[in-house]
Design a protein around this ligand. Structure first.
Ligand SMILES: Nc1ncnc2c1ncn2[C@@H]1O[C@H](COP(=O)(O)OP(=O)(O)OP(=O)(O)O)[C@@H](O)[C@H]1O
Length: 252
């Protein structure tokens, strides 16, 4: 490749190529291929155990694929030169060090990534936590932890963001806030992959939808396409995943 023209790298793209992950006898992700593009909120839907969180962990290099690849901007996470500046994520807001203040929690993350304290204050402001910046995270409500986790994801100003069920347990004000934030991050040209089980909320937030079941791709369409074919996104989801439920009540 020496001397040849520089190969343009895709910017702000999540690209899954035949991604597969086995845990013992469980096939958590099964030959999954799809692309998530910038400027949209892409809803990531599927029944419990469908493989959504595993997929996000594979993109973040928190787990290794059994085969296939999860690429961000054309590279595996481990090969990204400045990972925190390319991809940010909120996976489990509960998993935070409770003994630190919100400011120090973010500052620790920032320092190890060459980010200054000014950006920490700016992000606390953006997520509405500036007033509790010096309070210990251990005393935070779930909603406050979700906001802090989102501030952490945004610290490096990444073009790609993934949020795993960020509205779980939030009050209506928090749910509205997340919706507006997701849409504004997409409007800034970022790539947003968002998982949730709340279909009515997803219909208001996302424009593209990826549905998985038992680790496999079921559908990759726009909300508009799905709601043209079905009465609502919820109806589309229920019809498309009917054969992929791992758990559920039997009988009626
Ligand atoms: N570390 C692990 N060890 C063993 N099995 C795992 C592990 N992580 C996930 N699994 C299994 O992989 C499958 C996919 O799980 P995953 O958490 O990715 O699904 P999900 O779509 O995020 O589900 P939910 O909507 O309930 O959060 C499940 O059967 C789960 O039990």
């Amino acid at each position: 490749m020496w001397g040849g023209p520089a190969v343009p790298q895709p910017n702000g793209v999540i690209d899954l190529q035949h991604l597969t992950k086995r845990y013992g006898r469980t096939l958590a992700v099964d030959d999954l291929s799809f692309t998530v593009l910038p400027g949209h909120v892409t809803g990531f839907l599927g029944p419990n155990g469908a493989g959504k969180s595993t997929t996000m962990r594979l993109v973040l290099g928190l787990d290794a694929p059994s085969s296939g690849a999860a690429l961000v901007n054309g590279k595996r996470y481990a090969s990204l030169p400045r990972p925190m500046h390319e991809v940010g994520a909120l996976l489990d807001a509960g998993a935070m060090h409770g003994g630190r203040s919100a400011f120090n929690h973010l500052l620790c993350l920032a320092r190890t990534n060459g980010i200054g304290p000014g950006r920490v204050s700016e992000m606390l402001e953006r997520v509405g936590l500036a007033g509790v910046a010096q309070k210990h995270v251990g005393g935070f409500s779930l909603g406050m932890k979700q906001r802090l986790g989102i501030a952490a994801a945004l610290l490096g100003d990444p073009g790609v963001l993934m949020f795993d069920e960020p509205v779980n347990g939030l009050d209506p004000d928090g749910v509205r806030w997340i919706r507006d934030l997701m849409r504004s991050l997409a409007a800034e040209g970022r790539t947003i992959l968002l998982s949730s089980h709340l279909m009515s909320e997803m219909a208001l937030t996302a424009d593209h939808i990826v549905i998985v079941g038992r680790g496999k791709l079921i559908a990759e369409e726009t909300v508009q396409e799905l709601t043209t074919r079905y009465p609502s996104l919820e109806d589309a989801y229920l019809a498309l995943t009917a054969g992929s439920l791992e758990y559920g009540a039997s009988g009626s």
